[in-house]
Design a protein around this ligand. Structure first.
Ligand code: NAG
Ligand code: NAG
Ligand code: NAG
Ligand code: NAG
Ligand code: NAG
Ligand code: NAG
Ligand code: NAG
Ligand code: NAG
Ligand code: NAG
Ligand code: NAG
Ligand code: NAG
Ligand code: NAG
Length: 420
């Protein structure tokens, strides 16, 4: 009968020790939080609104009431730090890694300089890391993968350099990865990113990347938006992306690279596409007529390639289209009058091609148009001369120099601000 008693006392003692430890560590922890916040404050060199330096960030007030700080209700631990849009200058102190309950860190749009402290990797609950629009330097810490809960990483518009760490492919919950506008970065897109099955948005614009489009990215079946305006990524565009791989993709932007080959014939299978941006690559061949079935498409950028063939009249079926750009290609034939059906179009740009024929009068009735540009073609005939058939109340720019257009400039042109 002795043994159970000993066991019971043992358990009680253990419970007592645990609760004692809990109380001590809780007090310790919020003390640690306070010293971490004070350390972060101490590294600020300028605070134009005097919110953090000179505001209520003082120990006479509980840190949970400091502006920008949010705490958990019960344990009084810092869960969110949001010092965005404050014009702050300084460095990010490594003590940020001591805010061990932190879920969200948002320092966007300030002037933080120096390194992105790798101590951030010690934050096991971090879900949101937004440091975009600062002046941070150095590498993206590969250890960031240790923050297993990360859902959003935005480091865009800084001065980071080095490679995209392949370890980011180990983040099991990542949904949004924004690294755009860090032009000093280099290397290829790591194929490990294709392992993040939760990834919805990937933005790697202006990151100085090279190499080709990693086929591993086709495994990202949750993908909604991918954007790679990057100068130096080459090879063919992937085949068959929507039917089998990215059924929900809405934004596919790969402009300003060196992609070659045809405009992929799969493109019409991407039924959800809103933005298709393929401009300034080395694409050849003609614009597939099937593109006209993309009913949600609002922006179609095909400028600056080496496209041939004609403008498919089916584009006139894309009634949501707002932007159509096919400038600087070798497109022939005439402007299809069907484009006149695009009642939401604001920009219709087809300068510098080999287009011929008369400008269809239907174009002059797209009342939403702001920019109409067709310079450097072989267009002929006269402009509509009666203002009854012309309804362009929003037109800001009309460019048709270097064509064979004849006749007088119609009087209604006195309404337009920028001509020929
Ligand atoms: C720190 O924790 C202790 C014990 O839980 C609590 O009494 C105290 O108010 C907390 N301090 C702050 C600044 O939140
Ligand atoms: C600290 O300042 C912010 C903004 O001025 C205010 O919302 C907050 O209530 C202040 N906290 C205390 C304890 O005064
Ligand atoms: C931080 O605050 C800004 C401005 O109030 C807000 O727009 C932003 O959503 C906040 N960040 C987070 C992660 O909640
Ligand atoms: C907090 O972090 C810094 C730097 O990472 C470290 O030196 C310090 O010991 C940590 N602990 C406390 C309680 O500040
Ligand atoms: C960020 O801040 C700068 C000034 O510090 C401002 O000019 C810019 O518009 C801001 N960006 C955004 C997206 O708010
Ligand atoms: C993707 O994950 C699998 C399984 O964890 C692993 O074997 C593979 O190496 C990863 N691929 C890349 C490119 O990292
Ligand atoms: C996609 O993932 C599967 C396993 O999950 C892997 O076998 C395959 O190689 C991956 N595809 C690409 C193109 O990486
Ligand atoms: C493009 O990549 C090649 C090598 O792959 C390199 O020599 C060249 O400098 C890069 N150009 C730009 C504009 O980054
Ligand atoms: C377009 O293609 C023609 C014929 O294939 C070629 O001569 C020309 O250099 C190409 N232009 C561009 C800008 O790639
Ligand atoms: C699309 O446009 C073409 C040519 O204008 C027309 O023949 C075709 O019937 C249209 N398709 C749909 C689905 O509206
Ligand atoms: C055009 O734009 C309006 C308002 O932005 C929108 O309600 C409408 O659905 C769009 N599409 C067409 C075909 O008019
Ligand atoms: C030109 O401006 C007048 C007065 O603002 C307007 O009544 C007329 O409809 C405009 N004409 C065209 C073709 O936009």
């Amino acid at each position: 009968m002795e043994k159970p008693k000993v066991l019971l006392y043992g358990v009680l003692l253990l419970q007592f020790l645990c609760s004692l430890h809990f109380a001590v560590s809780s007090a310790n922890s919020n003390f640690t939080d306070q010293s971490a916040l004070l350390a972060i404050q101490s590294k600020l060199t300028f605070d134009p609104t005097k919110t953090v330096l000179g505001g209520n960030w003082t120990t006479t007030t509980s840190f949970c009431n400091w502006i920008g700080v949010s705490c958990s209700k019960q344990r009084q631990r810092v869960t969110a730090l949001n010092l965005s849009y404050m014009g702050l200058q300084g460095t990010i102190f490594p003590h940020v890694g001591n805010l061990s309950s932190l879920v969200s860190l948002d320092l966007r749009n300030n002037s933080f300089i120096g390194l992105l402290p790798h101590e951030i990797s010690r934050l096991p609950r971090l879900r949101i890391l937004v440091l975009q629009e600062n002046e941070l330097e150095g590498n993206i810490p590969p250890t960031l993968y240790q923050c297993r809960q990360l859902e959003i990483i935005s480091l865009a518009a800084n001065r980071l350099n080095g490679l995209i760490p392949k370890e980011l492919g180990l983040l099991p919950r990542l949904q949004q990865l924004y690294l755009a506008k860090n032009s000093l970065m280099s290397g290829e897109i790591p194929s490990s990113l294709g392992n993040i099955s939760t990834l919805k948005r990937l933005s790697l614009d202006q990151c100085g990347l090279t190499g080709s489009f990693p086929s591993a990215l086709l495994n990202l079946s949750s993908l909604v938006a991918i954007s790679l305006y990057d100068k130096n990524i080459s090879g063919f565009l992937p085949i068959d992306i929507c039917d089998n791989h990215w059924p929900n993709v809405q934004i596919f932007s790969v402009s300003y690279n060196k992609f070659s080959g045809l405009i992929p014939s799969w493109i019409h299978q991407c039924a959800q596409l809103v933005t298709l941006s393929l401009s300034y690559n080395s694409l050849v061949g003609s614009i597939p007529r099937e593109i006209g079935s993309l009913q949600y498409l609002e922006e179609l950028y095909l400028d600056g390639n080496n496209l041939t063939g004609t403008i498919p009249p089916t584009i006139g079926n894309i009634t949501n289209l707002k932007y159509l750009g096919v400038e600087l290609n070798n497109i022939q034939g005439s402007i299809p009058p069907e484009l006149g059906r695009l009642s939401n179009l604001t920009s219709l740009l087809f300068s510098s091609n080999g287009l011929t024929g008369v400008l269809p009068p239907q174009i002059f009735n797209i009342s939403s148009l702001k920019k109409l540009a067709g310079s450097n073609n072989a267009l002929s005939g006269e402009l509509p001369n009666s203002s009854n058939t012309v309804h362009l109340p929003n037109l800001e720019s009309f460019q048709f120099s270097n064509n064979h257009i004849t006749g007088n400039i119609p009087s209604y042109f006195s309404n337009f601000t920028s001509l020929f």
